[in-house]
Design a protein around this ligand. Sequence first.
Ligand SMILES: *[C@@H]1O[C@H](CO)[C@@H](O)[C@H](O)[C@H]1NC(C)=O
Ligand SMILES: *[C@@H]1O[C@H](CO)[C@@H](O)[C@H](O)[C@H]1NC(C)=O
Ligand SMILES: *[C@@H]1O[C@H](CO)[C@@H](O)[C@H](O)[C@H]1NC(C)=O
Ligand SMILES: *[C@@H]1O[C@H](CO)[C@@H](O)[C@H](O)[C@H]1NC(C)=O
Ligand SMILES: *[C@@H]1O[C@H](CO)[C@@H](O)[C@H](O)[C@H]1NC(C)=O
Length: 394
Amino acid sequence: MAPTILFIVLSLVFTLSSTHIQSSEEGFIFVQISNRGLDFAKDVLIDKAVSSIVPLQLPDIEKSVKIPVVGKVHVLLSNITIYHVDVASSYIHTGETGIVLVASGATANLSMAWQYSYRTWLVPVAITDDGGASVQVEGMEVGLAAALKNQDGNLKLSVLECGCHVKDISIKLDGGASWLYQVVVNAFEGKIASAVENAISKKIREGIIKLDSLLQSIPKEIPVYRTAVLNVTFVDNPVLSNSSIEFEINGLVTAKDAVLVSNYNHKGWKDIFFGSGPAKMIQISLQQDVFNSVSLVYFDADYMHWIVDKIPDQSILNTAGWRYIVPQLYKQYPDDDLNLNISVSSPPIIKVAKDVIGAIINLDVTIDVVDGGEVIPVACISLVHLIETSVCKS
Ligand SMILES: *[C@@H]1O[C@H](CO)[C@@H](O)[C@H](O)[C@H]1NC(C)=O
Ligand SMILES: *[C@@H]1O[C@H](CO)[C@@H](O)[C@H](O)[C@H]1NC(C)=O
Ligand SMILES: *[C@@H]1O[C@H](CO)[C@@H](O)[C@H](O)[C@H]1NC(C)=O
Ligand SMILES: *[C@@H]1O[C@H](CO)[C@@H](O)[C@H](O)[C@H]1NC(C)=O
Ligand SMILES: *[C@@H]1O[C@H](CO)[C@@H](O)[C@H](O)[C@H]1NC(C)=O
């Protein structure tokens, strides 16, 4: 079981980083999201934002306008709906104060219904008409500045500033009197633009609140099989630089009953393993103590203990298979099954060096004969097993 855990932990190591190492008393896992990773996250975020924005219904706009010859006309624009948004380009910038995300050259397509009514002294009843219109919003700029902080071990994302600016809109009316187009353009263009600006800023603020509650819901402990938990509490504030965001996570594995097992001497980040390679989206560094805390928990939980009674060549696990090599054994226990009782006799020690992870494992192997239901140890071997794994960089 333990090697599986170790493998899982190891497979987390996409690559190892030696840059921007922070020293901390508590953080054992160090995560760095590079520019490439941030760019990727930005594209995903913008996609998600756009699909959560549309369709977006804006409040109705109405106004009475004086028209030469015609008189006072009441115009209502209703069911104003943004149904399509396109983002031409975007960038993300991280700095000490927070994260800035800008989408520029965005366009939006809107549909709406128009309706007007007026009275003249000529006819006693109100004259009304209605129809549809399409609106094209061009050159929209959307900017967001957000702060990312540690709040009680979770990441807290909050909006510092958020704005949307519409540069240009064009309106196409289906039908209507000849004066109507000019009225809509003159009296409503600015109102439509600011309705779009307000609605989009509001949606983005709401989106950040949702994203933040998602961050808040990240558990502080992740169960690792049945017996242990990995402490994923964030330690300190994330460090934002112009090329990356860096986090430290406690990262120690403890037994589920919350007995802290790590008494390891904390040696600082020099113990993490280093690597280099082409730009990665995310880099994760694990300190040696992380491995040792896993090892100690599994040793304490009595997990490093196996009885082997099934192997591909089953004949080896029978005294008959050893008849010519150890004839005494066969003579004493003819045709009895054998099993191997393998125990790890002390917590494996894991050493981390540049590009290499080594483990020293002390094994006690007992060979048992199963004679009519009775288990009789017949041999005992102590082994010191040294495993070295080089860390592959993908
Ligand atoms: C509002 O506009 C949408 C999209 O153009 C349309 O599907 C819907 O029927 C309209 N609703 C009303 C009440 O006119
Ligand atoms: C949005 O409007 C533009 C210009 O009118 C048009 O070219 C584009 O096809 C429209 N997009 C959608 C999804 O209707
Ligand atoms: C990031 O900051 C460093 C100095 O702090 C500067 O040399 C570098 O040009 C900056 N990079 C970008 C992309 O702004
Ligand atoms: C998890 O890590 C945090 C931060 O290092 C620490 O304060 C907390 O006590 C740890 N929790 C457990 C159960 O060890
Ligand atoms: C296996 O060996 C260990 C000591 O090496 C012993 O404590 C344990 O009882 C043995 N288990 C079985 C099933 O023989």
